[in-house]
Design a protein around this ligand. Structure first.
Ligand SMILES: [Mn+2]
Length: 474
């Protein structure tokens, strides 16, 4: 009988070049640290390597003084056989506001033109209206160039509204929207193993497109959750090479590969080759541990995440925000405030940007000693409907205190935006050296200009910023 069981190797998305270092070391891995190992990674047989999008773009420009587009092109050059994957925040692209459709379309077009294959598109509020433009743009590129795969992710979270029926309904809508695959995106490790059996089983019987499960090890259940999910029909799982696995990152690639060995789900990956890749990343992990960038606090199991529903990247951000304010002792107080603020804001999933909005507001509420005494612009926007529709209504009292009599909007937020690409291009014309610069500027105007100045100083050997805002090494 055993021979008759149909082989169904589980596919693996390797996250070490994106989510793993975003979750553990605030996205600081450099292109230089990535490139020497690309060739070995390319020979594993991964379904895809997630390596771009999310916070990588911002971190490249802001902290690493790297051009994210150059990184993408170099990775594309190195990964000759492996698909590249990116994370894309729907109408927010990789930024923190809603962009007009023309910018979203142009970003998708340029991402694929520069080598991206799979675009995982999600919306922090699971408002599907915010995804359609990016999905259509991906499908258009796929038709034109043969490259491109639109994966729509539904953010997994807990709460009254988030029933199995809710997810099944969303999954059907995702399939109807023209997605090539669906991702259950569990930012905080909230999906427990037996809940995964039910959820994946239910979605599997409702849709035909492949299911990818993405979770984090934060609460300690993630590898068991993958096991049950795969048994229930999950096609793809996201894992990270062991030196950048566990804690707020993903389950370890080698562990999951070994778990399925000899079963119908056997990946067939070579453990010896994986070990060589791990050997490469281990000293890099040690470096970040030694310089304090990798905080041991995010490496353990924090079962409280099941209570606070805080995603990996957000946990490490909260730690550094509190460190800056010299208020590290308020860590658990802030963690307790997070679910209260979330409820006030219509119980959205916590993922960029809603995680930052809820997180920062929680820090302010605790540090100021009075809730909503100081309110961020983004918190006001979310309460004014400018990010889209939440599954639950807002706390009316909090809404009133934060935005007063402002009339909240109910349409798709981008419907109120005029095309803006031409205007953006004119604004930054003096810095433009490649088409992609327009998009870097569109997403992070100040940070991009700083980067453009730095780039120019490198090229010309003169420091154009001298005497203004500090000198760059030339
Ligand atoms: Mn993630």
């Amino acid at each position: 009988m055993a021979e008759q069981i149909q082989k169904k190797p589980v596919k693996i998305v390797e996250t070490v070049l994106r989510d793993a270092h975003q979750s553990l070391i605030a996205t600081r891995m450099t292109t230089e640290e990535m490139l020497p190992i690309v060739d070995k990674m390319d020979k594993i047989g991964y379904h895809a390597v997630e390596c771009w999008g999310g916070a990588t773009f911002d971190a490249c420009l802001r902290f690493l003084k790297e051009d994210p587009w150059v990184r993408l092109r170099k990775l594309r050059e190195g990964f000759k056989n492996t698909k590249l994957q990116m994370l894309f925040r729907g109408q927010n692209i990789l930024g923190y506001r809603h962009y007009a459709d023309d910018v979203v379309e142009y970003f998708v077009q340029k991402s694929i033109a520069n080598g991206m294959d799979i675009i995982r598109i999600f919306d922090a509020l699971n408002d599907m209206r915010n995804l359609q433009c990016a999905v259509d743009a991906t499908n258009k590129e796929k038709k034109a160039s043969g490259r491109g795969h639109a994966q729509i992710a539904v953010c997994y979270t807990l709460g009254d509204a988030y029933t199995t029926e809710y997810y099944v309904d969303i999954a059907k809508r995702i399939e109807n929207m023209g997605a090539d695959s669906i991702c259950i995106k569990d930012m905080a490790g909230l999906l427990t193993p037996y809940a995964a059996t039910e959820l994946v089983g239910a979605i599997k019987s409702a849709v035909k497109i492949p299911i990818d499960l993405h979770t984090h090890y934060t609460s300690g259940v993630a590898s068991m959750t993958y096991l049950k999910a795969v048994e229930a029909g999950c096609d793809i799982i996201d894992t990270a090479m062991s030196p950048f696995a566990l804690g707020t990152s993903q389950p370890a690639t080698e562990v999951m590969v070994e778990t399925f060995r000899g079963t119908p789900y056997d990946t067939g990956y070579d453990q010896q080759k994986l070990a060589e890749i791990a050997d490469y990343f281990r000293p890099i992990r040690d470096k970040y541990l030694a310089n304090g960038r990798l905080n041991p606090k995010v490496l353990g199991v924090d079962i409280k995440t099941l209570l606070y529903q805080v995603p990996g990247g957000m946990l490490s951000n909260l730690v550094s925000q509190l460190k800056e304010q010299k208020a590290e002792d308020k860590y658990y107080e802030v963690l307790a405030e997070v679910p209260r603020v979330r409820k006030d804001f219509g119980e959205p999933p916590l993922v960029t940007p809603s995680s930052q909005i809820v997180g920062t507001q929680s820090v302010l509420n605790v540090i100021m000693g009075e809730r909503y005494k100081l309110v961020t612009k983004e918190a006001k926007d979310i309460l004014a409907g400018k990010y889209g529709q939440t599954v639950k209504p807002f706390n009316k009292e909090v809404q009133k205190k934060c935005i007063g009599d402002t009339e909240p909007i109910t349409c798709r937020p981008a419907d109120l935006l005029e095309p803006e690409l031409d205007k953006i291009e004119k604004e930054m014309a003096q810095w433009k050296q490649q088409d992609e610069d327009v998009l870097s500027y569109a997403l992070f105007p100040q940070v991009a200009v700083e980067f453009f100045k730095y780039r120019q100083s490198q090229q010309e050997g003169v420091d154009v910023t001298a005497g203004k805002d500090g000198a760059y090494p030339v």
